[in-house]
Design a protein around this ligand. Sequence first.
Ligand SMILES: [Zn+2]
Length: 506
Amino acid sequence: MKKLISLICCFILAVVLVVFLPSSKYKSKLHTSADIKQIGKFNQTIEYMDEDIHDVFSMYYQGELVGYLNDKSKFDKHLVTLYNNEYRDIYSNSKLNYDEDIYITKTKTNYIYSNVDDRIIAWLDINDLYSLEATYISIIEDNNIKYGIYVKDEETYQEAMNTFISYFIDQKVLATLNQGATLPSLSNYGSRETGISITQRIVIAKKFAKKEEIMTTKEEVLEFLKYGDNEEREYYVVQQYDTLAGVGSKNHGLSAKQVMDINRDKISSVDQVLQEGEELCVTYFTSPINIVITKEVLKERPIYFASNFVEDSSLLEGLSEVRKTGENGSENVLYLEKWVNGVLLDGEVLSSTVTKESSNEVIAVGTMSLPDVGTGNYRYPVDNPSITCPWGCYFGHVGVDFINLYDPWGDIYAVDNGVVVENSYTYINGNYIIINHNNGYRSYYGHMRVPSELPVGTIVQKGDVIGHIGMTGYATGPHVHFHFDDGVEDHRMDACNGFIDCAGLY
Ligand SMILES: [Zn+2]
């Protein structure tokens, strides 16, 4: 019995010695439960326990252990080889790294784990758990990242940005402004850009991303600069006789230049002849950035003459007589305009110089009532006028569309003395008013925001406010549809042909 007990003791001691003593130079094979324990995604086992503590790299995926790496340098080399073979052509000057869900850490251990390096690499490849170093463009507004995009390199981004900016500013002017130089001031009528700025802060950094997230072409980046993440695009099919101005007029009240800018791939000039059936995009930019251009514009503005009435008892009541004809004066006005992504936001008068004084007309009246006969000198129906759609700018457009550049919903004026003969509404022209100038001509004002307050029979003087610019009826933006006729509904006449001087309004 004693023998048996000592035998058992010896056996236990032997086991303890084998298992727990880190026995000198011998790499002792383990024979414990750890032997069967399987570790990580690839069932690694502990092969033995080393005498010395060494570094080991372990890989995690979404917080879970993938496994212990036997040879970390093999993984590093694989990244380089994979980049050279499969990515370098498209993403040059970049490098490959693991997906952000992959995490590698270094720890110290005595254990030697079974080698599953090849299986881990195959698993990384199959699941494409890689990311590429890209240029990260963040657009910051109010200290928040509003948009962030990955581009394969900074050059591709810059090329797209330069193209987008070139829509809105002359390239030579831009180069001069970038050098901090000033441009000569305006000596003739026209405009010049005086400044460019971007409202948002754009930060360019390096960041890793999945390849699907990375924009690789200038066109992709340009599309983002034009529309951000807005994917809605509306198209218009060009009809016979359409001009660029006509297409814009039929679609959201865009200008010819704006229609050109959104179709730069097809259109290079606002005068370009359009092909019937051609498809043009009519969705204006919804850019994530605001490119602000300031412009100085020198324009001639008429100074309208006034009518002075003098009573004349020698004239019969109801009669009037022009004793002195009036003459319009003119002034040169320098405006400061602010444009954002090709849209005029506002304009203010910087200075003005009278180039010719106006001279008032003198009308003798034989009555206290005001004359309702036109002078034949017509003023513009709106202030700060510009013509968006001239006579015939699309088929069937018999009229001239006036806008007020700086006050889109501003007042509409009687272009001459006369009497209101119609104040009504049609499906096409919305709220409209007709003034008979009692000189053989009548003027027509369409799309008024609200019906004119002037009842039929009201005598109006040239320059009286007769309504407000609007877009009732068939209109895609606020404007006045304007024409003359000779009293017969169908005899419409182009206001720019002998009535009003439209030069410089297009
Ligand atoms: Zn019109």
